[in-house]
Ligand binder design. Structure first.
Ligand SMILES: *Cc1c(COP(=O)(O)O)cnc(C)c1O
Length: 221
């Protein structure tokens, strides 16, 4: 069930840091999303393609849908017609597939480069030690008009140690800055998003320069 007071408190906190709140609604029913929508929320995050497709079909069309989970290439087609931002651009092959589907749909799709900043081995993402490596496989002018790379995304280790989390978020911010200063991404005005922070660590993320937090479970407590 939606906790309206919690939602409003988190939203105010996020907005006072000039960041965007993406309300993560995975496994939440349509009524909860509609209730958030009625409170003015427009950015929603989902991590499974079939669930997202169903929700997109049933809900108001001015919702900005964010895809936040690992995306398989054969699933891009289903979300390409409507997706607002894909947070999980974690390989050149995936991004090229997104470009292909964007062209078919005659639209530009915004994508974040997902970096692996956590200690945990299981999480997807590009290596922050060689942040520009992917750009050697992706010709930015060939993506132009199809995929807009608009920033970076990362997830911190699931831990109680705030300093460790802060260090990982700082690494993501540095990775973003390195890309901006040393690659042609710096010439793209829209390359400005740092998607980091979830229910347990969004305040640390905001302190470390997050521009977009993805908060789910906290809103339903
Ligand atoms: C589920 C999820 C979130 C939200 O997590 P909460 O802890 O519920 O806030 C954020 N980002 C990603 C990638 C997720 O899968």
């Amino acid at each position: 069930m939606l906790n309206v007071e919690m939602y409003q408190a988190v939203k105010a906190e996020v907005e006072s840091a000039n960041a965007t709140l993406v309300a993560v609604t995975k496994r939440q029913p349509l009524e909860v999303i509609q209730a958030l929508y009625d409170l003015g929320q427009r950015d929603f995050g989902e991590n499974r393609v079939p669930e997202l497709v169903e929700k997109h079909a049933a809900l108001p069309k001015d919702i900005r849908w964010h895809f936040i989970g690992h995306l398989q290439r054969n699933k891009v087609k289903a979300i390409a017609p409507f997706i607002h931002l894909i947070h999980s651009g974690d390989s050149a092959r995936l991004i090229l597939e997104i470009a292909k589907e964007a062209r078919k749909n005659d639209r530009t799709i915004s994508v974040l480069l997902q970096f692996h900043i956590a200690q945990e081995a299981s999480k997807y993402g590009l290596s922050p030690t060689q942040p520009a490596a992917i750009l050697r496989e992706l010709k930015l002018d060939e993506l132009s008009g199809k995929v807009n790379l608009v920033g970076v995304m990362g997830m911190a280790t699931y831990t109680e140690l705030d300093e460790d989390i802060a260090e990982e978020f700082a690494l993501l911010r540095e990775t973003f800055e390195t890309l901006k200063e040393t690659t042609s991404l710096g010439e793209i005005a829209a390359f400005k998003e740092i998607s980091m922070g979830m229910s347990g660590d969004y305040q640390i993320a905001l302190q470390q320069g997050s521009t977009m937090v993805r908060v789910g479970s906290l809103l339903y407590q």
